[in-house]
Design a binder for this molecule. Structure first.
Ligand code: PEP
Length: 241
């Protein structure tokens, strides 16, 4: 049986005080079974996070290049040096704000795999694509084009753009249907791939996703910033597995 993965994406939404209080609160919590927990902090705080028990570290992004004159970029090697196990690539905020294309995301993911880490490739349709009935075809194309040249050491995160940070999560039925489609698209070339759901996951709705078929875990933004809510989400996934 696949162990579900719950990953917190802290984006640029936390500061040093927030990291310190998260760690203090998290360390007072019971260790969880039946769930793998990972956190993607901002890069400057990675070194502070390496001692958190039973929590894997993740990068929020990686450069397409391994070394060189790339001001502001962070290489996969740098993330690996700080014991990251996962690296998020292709988050919709990067696709939108930095016009990252599928080909570039595949290159980032290849850099991540070359260093022995697991890329978490994010995909998801906009509200207009869903309204036009194009969501499944759009996401399938994103998945195929963002995974060129990758091995099966890979996680996909389905994050509909309209659900991220909006308070309006996709229904578990929508998530299950899309996850099934994503898995089918990759089955022949890569085998069984874990697919996480992300987009307005909260303490209130997390249990419905952990029971949904084809949902192998969660990618959590806002609700991962506080240790109490993130722990409750992780516990609900672990206890139901
Ligand atoms: C995200 O940005 O990856 C995310 C899922 O955010 P939120 O949970 O806040 O919608």
């Amino acid at each position: 049986m696949i162990t579900p993965l719950v990953m917190g994406n802290w984006k640029m939404a936390i500061d040093l005080d927030g990291v310190v209080s998260f760690k203090a609160m998290w360390s007072s919590k019971r260790l969880l079974k039946g769930v793998e927990v990972a956190i993607a902090p901002p890069v400057p705080y990675l070194a502070l996070m390496t001692d958190l028990p039973n929590v894997s570290l993740a990068g929020q992004d990686a450069s397409t290049q391994s070394i060189g004159a790339r001001t502001g970029d962070v290489s996969a090697k740098m993330l690996s040096d700080f014991t990251c196990r996962y690296v998020i690539v292709g988050h919709s905020e990067r696709r939108q704000n930095y016009a990252e294309a599928n080909e570039q995301i595949a290159e980032k993911a290849r850099q991540v795999q070359a260093l022995g880490m697991t890329p978490v490739v994010c995909v998801g349709e906009s509200a207009s694509e869903r309204e036009a009935g194009l969501a499944e075809d759009f996401v399938t194309r994103q998945v195929i084009d963002s995974c060129v040249g990758l091995t099966s050491d890979l996680v996909i995160a389905y994050e509909p753009v309209w659900a991220i940070g909006s308070g309006e999560a996709a229904s578990p039925e929508i998530a299950s249907a899309m996850h099934g489609r994503i898995k089918a698209a990759l089955a022949e070339s890569l085998g069984d791939i874990r697919v996480l759901y992300g987009g307005s996951v909260s303490v209130t709705n997390c249990a419905s996703f952990s029971k949904a078929p084809e949902v192998d875990g969660l990618l959590v933004g806002g609700a991962s910033l506080e240790a109490e809510s993130f722990w409750q989400i992780c516990a609900s996934v672990g206890e139901s597995s």
